[in-house]
Design a protein around this ligand. Structure first.
Ligand code: ATP
Length: 550
């Protein structure tokens, strides 16, 4: 491992360990051995996550006249997921291309027959080279590259494909054939068919679905596996509901209610944040990808034809927002999706990426989703999900007044992923020399003061001489002003400073012997460690001012 790489994975380990040590993030159900890839946000973590989400809400909803909020239920009508396309995969088997990772429905795939050649068609020459190497490594054959196509595979019969050298009549190697190839690349290198869905399924109501299934199986002993499965699936489906895999769909479903009750005019947005659930196959990198996580999403409804400009607008705003709360703005960037990466409903998309210890990876997606979602929900529900603009000319009739289905720009961010990003961004070590001249490592979490779990710690130098009383009085002044302060009298003052450095507390106020004499306190800055002596009567105003200007 290179020096840089090992320092980076070191950073991840340090953040994971600090998260536990200081109460940011714990393994879920730890005393029972932990639940894989589920996490609990501890006393400081819950504050950090809430502060982050509140900052998002402030910038996306409170500070904008053109965005309103929503807090929809996590369990929605199952038809929502049918309309959105999320239900596919429960009843239709899905297959993965082993090379491109493309996932598709087996029943919709192209079915070349005996004698057909199977060119693997790539998006560009770079991809062709990459896939040629991947196939070579995995299957020990060297397909011929012809521009963007990889040649040499041919269907031999219903169950076999072969690799043929140029002009060769006999296959050099043969492989099992499933009867179809992947739709985008034409690849015959495929996984098993699997019933697969990212959504967590549960049952609503007091239905005894197990009883129904048992009765169905008992009544249909003569059925084969496939028929039985389809029958059971139907029984389950009748009462099945799903934990939402994204917060987005509720904003489409409540489009009309939100627009009408708040008299919103296009362009306008509906924002929501909250829990989402995905039965991820691979969970990784601590809280980067987990099965239960929080999202902050906004659907911004725009006039058809204006989506490209709005997409750039939101891409820039969102990038700016992430950067504004960070110490290292250069670690955030955006990347346009390639044509072959785009979701089927999107006409363009950007990922806002962060430079994680393993390299640049997604933090937020900003997608131009066309009018796909509103149209699909209109089709499935029968509701008229359109907007009428009396001022605009209908481009088709040339008459005044235009009714259309709005296009949508969606900035969709991960809140829990954001917590990881800001923990990585804030983690800082430096060497300091103590009063006795000894060198030590100071760990400080340089969280933006607005994100910091505790804004100010109030510390009586010793636990007597009236200092605790004065400290508690000051803490209550902060509480009354809505500032999260913490009274802390445990351990020596130096240790308390270090503890609050690790917690990311931007300011520590110390009540000492002088406070009783002249009414002054010291205020210590987390990052510079500088201490100023100020009147205790001004402490609230000083902290308020520093927080506002941070
Ligand atoms: P990825 O490619 O990382 O799986 P995605 O493209 O599927 O993400 P979206 O559906 O666009 O993600 O969701 C928007 C945001 O929600 C992502 O950018 C990410 O921050 C967050 N997110 C998605 N899935 C997870 C997860 N399993 N755990 C934590 N955060 C997630």
């Amino acid at each position: 491992m290179s020096k840089q790489k090992s320092a980076e994975s070191d950073l991840m380990q340090k953040v994971v360990s600090l998260s536990k040590r200081r109460g940011f993030v714990f393994q879920s159900s730890e005393i029972y051995g932990g639940l894989k890839s589920a996490y609990d946000y501890g006393p400081l973590g819950v504050e950090l996550k809430r502060n982050l989400m509140n900052e998002w809400w402030r910038s996306m909803v409170h500070e904008r006249e053109d965005v309103v909020g929503l807090d929809a239920s996590i369990v929605m009508h199952p038809k929502v997921w049918q309309a959105s396309g999320h239900l596919a995969g429960f009843s239709d088997p899905l297959v993965d291309c082993l090379i491109s990772k493309e996932r598709f429905r087996a029943d919709k795939a192209p079915r070349p027959v005996a004698g057909d050649s199977l060119p693997i068609t790539c998006a560009d020459k770079g991809q062709a080279k990459k896939y040629q190497e991947a196939i070579g490594k995995r299957f020990e054959i060297e397909l011929r590259r012809e521009g963007t196509r990889l040649m040499g595979m041919r269907v031999i019969d219903d169950a076999t494909v072969g690799f043929f050298e140029d002009g060769g009549e006999e296959p050099v190697r043969t492989f099992p054939y499933r009867g179809y190839v992947s739709p985008a690349f034409g690849s015959p290198f495929l996984s098993e068919e699997r019933q697969f869905n990212l959504m967590f399924r549960t049952q609503l109501g007091a239905v005894d679905v197990m009883g129904d299934i048992a009765a169905f199986v008992a009544e249909n002993k003569e059925m084969d596996q496939k028929e039985l499965r389809a029958g059971i699936e139907q029984k389950v489906k009748d009462s099945a509901v799903y934990l939402r895999p994204e917060t987005a769909q509720a904003m489409f479903v409540q489009f009309l209610n939100c627009q009408q009750t708040m008299s919103m005019k296009v362009p306008f947005g509906i924002a929501q944040m909250g829990k989402s659930f995905r039965n991820e196959i691979t969970t990784e990198h601590f809280i980067f990808r987990s099965c239960e996580f929080e999202q902050m999403e906004m659907e911004f409804f725009v006039e058809p034809g204006t989506q490209a400009d709005w997409l750039e607008y939101w891409r820039d705003r969102r990038l700016e927002w992430w950067r504004s709360l960070s110490n290292n703005p250069d670690k955030f960037t955006y990347r346009a999706h390639d044509e072959d990466e785009l979701a089927h409903y999107a006409d363009a998309c950007y990922d806002i990426e962060y430079d994680y210890p393993w390299g640049f990876d997604e933090l937020e997606g900003v997608a131009s989703r066309t009018d796909y979602d509103l149209r699909k929900h209109a089709e499935h529900s029968g509701a008229k999900l359109t907007y009428f603009d009396p001022q605009k000319e209908d481009p088709e009739t040339g008459k005044n007044g235009w009714r259309y289905t709005p296009y949508v720009i969606e900035p969709a961010a991960g809140a829990t992923r954001g917590v990881l990003v800001y923990l990585l961004d804030a983690y800082h070590e430096e060497t300091v020399t103590d009063a006795k001249g000894n060198e030590a490592t100071r760990v400080v979490l340089k969280l933006h003061p607005r994100l910091a779990p505790i804004k100010v710690a109030v510390l009586p130098l010793i636990k007597k001489d009236g200092m605790p009383e004065l400290a508690r009085e000051l803490v209550s002044r902060f509480f009354k002003a809505g500032i999260n302060a913490r009274y802390d009298e445990q351990h020596a003052i130096g240790k308390r400073y270090r503890r609050h450095d690790e917690a990311g507390t931007p300011y520590c106020i110390t009540i000492d012997g002088q406070t009783g004499e002249d009414g002054t306190v010291t205020i210590r800055d987390r990052d510079t460690m500088e201490q100023d002596r100020i009147p205790m009567a001004d402490a609230l105003a000083v902290v308020q001012e520093r927080l506002v200007n941070s």
